[in-house]
Every structure is written in C-alpha cells, then in structure tokens.
Design a protein around this ligand. Structure first.
Ligand code: PMP
Length: 473
C-alpha cells in the first residue's frame, strides 16, 4: 500500500470524531508534530539548564563532612555513638577499580564500634530491670581493650563503675586509657579459654563474686512470684548479682531493687545485644549511606557481632550482597569457613608465639565459635587470610596515600577488601565493597605501629624496606 493512501485512510478514520465540524487534515497533523517538538525541546532545554545551575551551585557550597543542623544539641556523650561517616578510600579505589568504602567507626567517642555494643548491652540490662544507674553498680567485662574502653565510657556516662579484665600482652596504651577513664583494670596472663583464669571467665566470676546472691533472668525481681517460678524464664547467659555484702546493708537488703548495687557481666562474646547493636545500627546506616548499592561487606571477627549483625541485615534486604570474613594470621576462622575445621597453622606444636590468637593484630581473630559468631556462619560467602606483614604494609600505605592512621584490624579489613576487589572480573562492572575502619593507629603505638616491636617479633626484617602494597595484592 502506498504511503499517501495510508495517510488518507488514517485521516478518514479520525475525521468523524472531531467536534464542531472541525476537519482533521494535513495542517492539523503538522501543527501537532510541530507543537510536540517545541514542547519536548523546551522541556529538555529547561532540564539541561536546571542541572547546570544545580551543579554550579553545588560547587560553590563548601562540602561539610557532617550535616550540622540548627537547634541540635546532643544529650550527652552516648548520643555521639553511631551515625559514623562512610568514606571512600581513594588510593585503594584507584588501585583496584572497585569502590572501597570504609565506615569510620573510630570516630565514635570511645574510639571504636564497640561503643555501640557497650551502649546496647547496658541499655538492654536497664530495660530488663537488671541494673539501675547511680546505685554503685559495676559492669564487669573481659576484653582485649576496645570493648573495655567503650564499657568504661558508657558506664561513666550513665552512672556505673567499670571493672575490666584484660590479657597483659595487649598494647599498654589501652590499659592506660582505661585507667584514665576511671575503670578498675586487672591484667592477667593470657591462657586458653578453657581455663578458669582466661580473662573472659575471670570477668564472669568477678561479677558473680560481686554479691552473694546470683540473680539471673530478664525479670529476676518479680517479687510477686515466689520460689522456683520466679526464675522459670531466666536467661542463663546473664550474670547479675546484688552486693549483699555492701557496706550499706540497709541499701543492699532493701526491698527496692532499684536501689541495690548490682554486678553485671557484660559478656560481649555471648550476649546477643552485641549482634543487635549492628543489626539495628551499623547495618541500616550502611544501607542508607550507600543507597542500597552495595555488593559486598568485609569484616574481621573478634566476637563476630559486627560480621553477623551487619551481614544479617544486608542479606535480609538483598540476598545477593556477599558477606566476607577478613581473618588475621593465627585465627582458626578462615579454615572453619573454607574447610569446616577450626584450625590455624600456628596451633601446631612448637610454633606458637602467643597464647590465644597468634598475631600482632588486636581485636579480631578467634579460635572458637561464640554465640554472636554463630549467627554469621550460614551467611558468610568467602574468607581471606591476611598475614601480619600484609597488615603492616596496608597500614603504612594508607598513611602515605590517604592520610589515614588506622589500627591493625582496619588494615586487615582493607587488605581483604582489596583481595575481594581483585577477585571480581573486569566485566563484572564497578563493585562497591564496604568495610569497617575500627580504631585509630594511636591505640597501637607500642606494637603494631612500632618498628622495634615488629623487628623483635620477626614480622619485618632488619635492613629490609616494607614492600609497596601493589607488590602483595
Ligand atoms: N577491631 C577492633 C579494634 C576490635 O576491638 C574489635 C572487637 N574485638 C573488632 C575489630 C571486631 O569486632 P567484633 O567483636 O564485632 O567482631
């Protein structure tokens, strides 16, 4: 059929539908096409100029790392916890071709993500009616440092004492901070977790010894219920005691539980308030900050709370997000994930330099499955092992190229993030990998950031330069 006859057939079809005797002819069609073109081109022009104007304006507004709002005064130091910025690690993005983003948890007031955990543990215990502020109550914890500092910070801010038991071979600056924060600090020889003298077990028994009566359960003071029944719903993971030996016996034996001094074992490894802090805090923040555009989350595990909490939240929203373990040398987790067996080669007879996890890295790496870690086991997709030297190389690279002075666990996380980036193929598109910047290098002057310490422990060799990051990726 010819075009002209097709055109007249269309016009004939439309003609009867026009009101008031109007005729639909060629000039109508021209008018319609012309009008639409003028409309479309002016709309695109307007859109173009508006985008240009916005870009120009954005350039003239100075960038601020954190939005400060008018009339916004935070309620004490605990209100500073969380809402940490997410930063692009520029040098690593250039090196790997992926977006590598770090959640700056070291900017929390207590200097690490453990602030979130300490706050959640203490608030949970308060909500359950187990502890009450300003009653001379004490929070007990066994920790390699960061959690202790966070517990001491939050405890003081909320009206409690802190009693921290830690291994005596961790960087001494952590104990110094704890002491300055007014915590009671007990340093003990590092021993195996099965020993009653392990710092975690000691913290538990100290909490028990605080009072003569062990009270367990989310509502142990339900005095309406008598005898065994009162403990029916007891949570055995909790240790809360009342100081029956308190000097003020009237207070200790008072019927008013809100006035009794209590001893609480925080128990970061088994207490799932740890998981909750990340599931309800760190995870949703990462999701918002990336607009949900995240391909992988990488983290080391000390208690496993961060990995499990953030991982569970991200996977719930998008099951395609990869959860990746960053494991330091000496930790058995890498083998547990890859081969199903908790094992580290440093466990073999005669090769161990240090009790617990044999590494200069502090805060991550474990040789047992904790309740918090357990929650991540079915979610982890991949794992990378990072040696002490590799962590040192990464930390020195970050200072030189990004002005980032970070601790050892952050270096392990970022190295694993780069390894993951290299595992993606060029055709996979630009992937976004998020990890945690846990604490500052200033917590590690005397070990991880001390060349003498690294030399003495054979991590670096005398007269040898620390290799560039590119050579180990
Ligand atoms: N980095 C540092 C410095 C830490 O102290 C910890 C906690 N021990 C972690 C990372 C690991 O966090 P998580 O306990 O949530 O596994």
């Amino acid at each position: 059929m010819e075009w002209s006859s097709l055109w007249s057939r269309i016009l004939n079809k439309l003609r009867p539908r026009l009101p008031y005797g109007l005729r639909f002819d060629r000039s109508w069609a021209f008018g319609f096409v012309l009008g639409s073109s003028v409309f479309l081109s002016s709309a695109s022009l307007a859109y173009y100029y508006r985008t240009q104007w916005r870009t120009k304006r954005a350039l003239t507004i100075p960038k601020r790392p954190i939005e400060l709002r008018r009339n916004e005064v935070l309620d004490g130091v605990t209100a500073l916890i969380g809402n940490t910025p997410l930063i692009r690690i520029n040098s690593l993005c250039e090196l790997t071709g992926c977006e590598i983003l770090g959640k700056a948890e070291y900017l929390n007031p207590g200097g690490s993500p453990k602030d979130r955990v300490a706050l959640r543990i203490i608030e949970q215990a308060e909500e359950d009616g187990l502890i009450h502020p300003h009653t001379n109550s004490t929070i007990f914890e066994g920790t390699v440092g960061s959690t202790g500092i966070s517990i001491a910070t939050v405890a003081k801010a909320k009206g409690y004492n802190a009693y921290i038991i830690m291994p005596d071979d961790v960087a001494p600056e952590k104990a110094m901070i704890l002491e300055r924060l007014g915590a009671t600090v007990e340093k003990v020889r590092p021993v195996s977790i099965v020993s009653s003298q392990h710092f975690v077990n000691l913290a538990r028994s100290k909490a028990l010894a605080f009072g003569k009566t062990e009270l367990v359960g989310p509502n142990p003071f339900d005095i309406e219920t008598e005898g065994e029944e009162a403990f029916e719903n007891a949570r055995e993971d909790l240790v809360v005691t009342t100081d029956m030996a308190a000097e003020d016996q009237d207070l200790a034996l008072s019927d008013n539980p809100a006035k009794q001094p209590r001893g609480l074992f925080a128990d970061q490894f088994e207490n799932l308030a740890n998981f909750d802090a990340h599931y309800n805090g760190t995870g949703p923040e990462i999701l918002r900050q990336t607009n949900g555009e995240i391909d992988a989350f990488v983290a080391g595990a000390g208690t496993g709370g961060t990995l499990a909490g953030v991982g569970a939240l991200l996977k719930q929203v998008n099951p395609e997000v990869k959860l990746v373990l960053a494991d330091p040398q000496g930790s058995g987790l890498y083998n547990r994930i890859k081969n199903g067996v908790m094992y580290s080669s440093t466990e073999s007879e005669g090769s161990r330099r240090r009790y617990q996890v044999d590494t200069v890295v502090e805060g991550i790496g474990i040789n047992r499955i904790t309740a918090n870690m357990q929650k991540s086991l079915d979610l982890i997709d991949d794992a990378f092992k990072v040696t002490d030297l590799e962590a040192v190389v990464m930390s020195r690279h970050l200072v030189k190229n990004d002005g980032l002075f970070l601790g050892s666990s952050s270096a392990v996380n970022l190295l694993a993030a780069c390894r993951l980036a290299n595992k993606y193929h060029a055709g996979d598109g630009k992937k976004t990998i998020v990890t945690i910047l846990c604490d500052s290098g200033s917590r590690h002057y005397s070990k991880f950031w001390s060349d003498e310490h690294l030399l003495a422990n054979g991590i670096i060799k005398a007269g040898q330069e620390i290799p560039p990051l590119e050579s180990i990726l």
